[in-house]
Design a protein around this ligand. Structure first.
Ligand code: C2E
Ligand code: MG
Ligand code: MG
Ligand code: MG
Length: 291
């Protein structure tokens, strides 16, 4: 313990409450400008079909390269942004980037979908579905190629407001996924009430599967529950071959994780994709395979 404390002292300082508050304030006040000046970027992480290796699409994950604090992951700034009206701008920014990518892939004969994470605030915003419809038209992307990921707590914090928004999104034809499943209220009954198509098993269970029989049991039962409700089941946090093999054995439909790829910048994702794209013989369109 002493050695660990010494290590902490060498690595840096422990920020005071005042410093944490100040930084949060700075992040919120600087976010609008960060969006406009290219400091905020979207990274893409592939999702592949099991048991094969076909690339189905990507999850769009936001990053902020801050001039003073360096690269910030979403957990460091999304909660602060969510507490403000700026979350609309964040979601629109990520959705626009993702839809532009999907359109570009379609133009090259690649049918890949993109998933965008929603905030609770989006689900409380009655005008959100109209903005989504407008963005789909503007980018000329079929609704089935856009997925929204929402957390259980995001829906359950105010189901009266969230449900009508979800129903309208679903009516547009976009795919709805429950993210981080198993960590929130986890009422299995409520899952049946929601107009969702997909359930994503939280990565903590998938990461623990190799060493913890309890995690393994949770993953197995989510796969079974999801299938019994007719949902596509996605596992995130697939880091090892052993986990992938177990997920295949359980019948899980889709895998996402470092084993396949980390989230990549646009350029690096394009290079990753090119290395895995083969032109199908005798066909004009391309088939995507991971090698
Ligand atoms: P999430 O939606 O559950 O996204 C998956 C997170 O797991 C990502 O973290 C991803 O980098 C990480 N991950 C993927 N594969 C693995 C793996 O094999 N092992 C491990 N250890 N981690 C893996 P990231 O990018 O830091 O995002 C964290 C969270 O921030 C996301 O969790 C999501 O809730 C939120 N977020 C990200 N982008 C956005 C956004 O555009 N808008 C909103 N509202 N939230 C976002
Ligand atoms: Mg997600
Ligand atoms: Mg998740
Ligand atoms: Mg999360």
């Amino acid at each position: 313990r002493a050695a660990r404390n010494a290590g902490d002292a060498v690595r840096g300082y422990v920020p005071s409450m005042g410093q944490i508050f100040l930084r949060r304030f700075q992040l919120v006040t600087q976010f609008r400008q960060a969006l406009d000046t290219g400091q905020v970027r979207v990274h893409y992480q592939p999702k592949v079909a099991l048991p094969g290796r076909e690339v189905l699409g990507v999850e769009a994950l936001v990053r902020w390269v801050h001039p003073e604090f360096g690269r910030l992951d979403p957990d460091e700034f999304v909660p602060a942004v969510e507490a403000t009206g700026l979350v609309d701008a964040l979601t629109s920014f990520v959705m626009d980037n993702a839809l532009a990518k999907v359109r570009g892939w379609l133009d090259r004969g690649l049918r890949l979908s993109a998933a965008v994470n929603l905030s609770v605030r989006n689900l409380a915003d009655e005008s959100f579905p109209d903005r989504v419809a407008e963005a789909l038209r503007r980018h000329d992307v079929p609704p089935r190629l856009l997925t929204f990921e929402l957390t259980e707590s995001g829906v359950m914090s105010d189901p009266e407001r969230a449900l009508p928004v979800l129903r309208r999104l679903h009516a547009l034809g976009v795919v709805l996924a429950v993210d981080d499943f198993g960590t929130g209220y986890s009422s299995l009954a409520y899952l049946r009430q929601l107009p969702v198509d997909e359930v994503k098993i939280d990565k903590s269970f998938v990461l623990g599967m190799g060493t913890d029989l309890g995690d393994m049991a949770v993953v197995r039962s989510i796969v079974e529950l999801g299938h019994s409700l007719g949902l596509t089941v996605v596992a995130e946090g697939v880091e090892e071959d052993a986990a992938r093999d177990q997920l295949v054995e359980m019948g899980c439909d889709v895998a996402q994780g470092y084993l396949i790829s980390r989230p990549l910048s646009e350029d690096r994702f394009e290079a990753w994709l090119r290395a895995r794209t083969v032109r199908a013989r005798g066909r004009r369109d391309e088939t995507v395979l991971t090698l």
